[in-house]
Ligand binder design. Structure first.
Ligand SMILES: NC(=O)c1ccc[n+]([C@@H]2O[C@H](COP(=O)([O-])OP(=O)(O)OC[C@H]3O[C@@H](n4cnc5c(N)ncnc54)[C@H](O)[C@@H]3O)[C@@H](O)[C@H]2O)c1
Length: 256
């Protein structure tokens, strides 16, 4: 098991799915985890689960696309922890399909949730990360759809490719401070979000998972825990020489 004892890690959008699975694994590996989510109760429940298992965690409510709420959240983290060692920028949403009929409002919301949130959280957490004097690690949850085209949603591909670009540029920009930045690129993952990629509701999860499975060389969708394992690795010292990398966890999807 990867050792994270003594590290403080922030998980954004950690109340469900990939973020939740990552927070739980980080807690089990010994990290103190600060979980923030739009759904504050979900974040608190994940923190409670980590603490019940003997770990250390706090849950926080914030809309990460709102800069004033980000300031409040980062202040809460700063009150608990003098420094932060790692950050998962996992905030994202599926987007409407196509280009015809996309409104400026939809375009802006997509950019706010998928890009602005993770960009400004990084900016606001950097002073706490620099406070350790020992570098740190940042991971963004991009997508396989940021590496290759999404046939249905150009907006999603645009923002996830943007996150990959942000990870690469920040990796170089922050390298001399010992701060590594990578982007995990999941293929389809069985989370509450999955049916949303086909503009379906949660009741269609099995059907959508089966459809995606047929497009993945390994023949199935991922469990959130499988993506979390890759994220924990990238946040850990085991990945000490890995930076600026888009890291597919996609059952071979982008290799096709
Ligand atoms: N599920 C997939 O197939 C898949 C594939 C590739 C990439 N991703 C990406 O993984 C990330 C996590 O998705 P998931 O599948 O675990 O979804 P999920 O629906 O299980 O969890 C998403 C979480 O994000 C939170 N959230 C949404 N908007 C927020 C905001 N503005 N501020 C704070 N929290 C917010 C939600 O409350 C929820 O708890 C997303 O960035 C998504 O784009 C998912």
């Amino acid at each position: 098991m990867i050792e994270m004892t003594g590290k403080v890690v922030v998980v954004a959008a950690g109340g469900s799915g990939i973020g939740r699975a990552t927070a739980l694994k980080l807690g089990a590996a010994g990290a103190a985890v600060a979980i923030v989510d739009l759904d504050g109760e979900a974040a608190a429940a994940v923190a409670a689960a980590i603490e019940a298992a003997g770990g250390s965690a706090s849950g926080h409510a914030a809309d990460c696309a709102d800069l004033a709420q980000l300031d409040r959240f980062v202040a809460e983290v700063g009150e608990r922890h003098p420094r932060v060692d790692g950050f998962l920028g996992n905030v994202g949403m599926p987007n409407p399909h196509g280009i015809d009929g996309i409104t400026e409002e939809q375009w802006q919301k997509t950019n706010d949730v998928n890009l602005k949130s993770n960009f400004f959280l990084t900016q606001k957490l950097l002073p706490l990360m620099r406070a350790s004097g020992q570098g740190g690690a940042i991971v963004f949850t991009a997508s396989a759809a940021g590496l290759v085209a999404s046939r249905t949603t150009p907006l999603y591909t645009m923002t996830k490719a943007g996150l990959i670009g942000l990870a690469k540029s920040l990796a170089v920009h922050l390298a001399d401070e010992g701060i590594r930045v990578n982007a995990v690129c999941p293929g389809p993952v069985r989370t509450p979000m999955l049916p949303g990629f086909m503009e379906r509701g949660e009741e269609a999860t099995d059907e959508v998972a089966e459809l995606y499975s047929s497009r993945v060389p390994l023949g199935r969708v991922a469990a959130a825990e499988e993506v979390a394992d890759a994220i924990v690795y990238l946040l850990s010292d085991l990945a000490g020489y890995v930076t600026g990398v888009p890291f597919p966890v996609d059952g071979g999807y982008v290799a096709q």
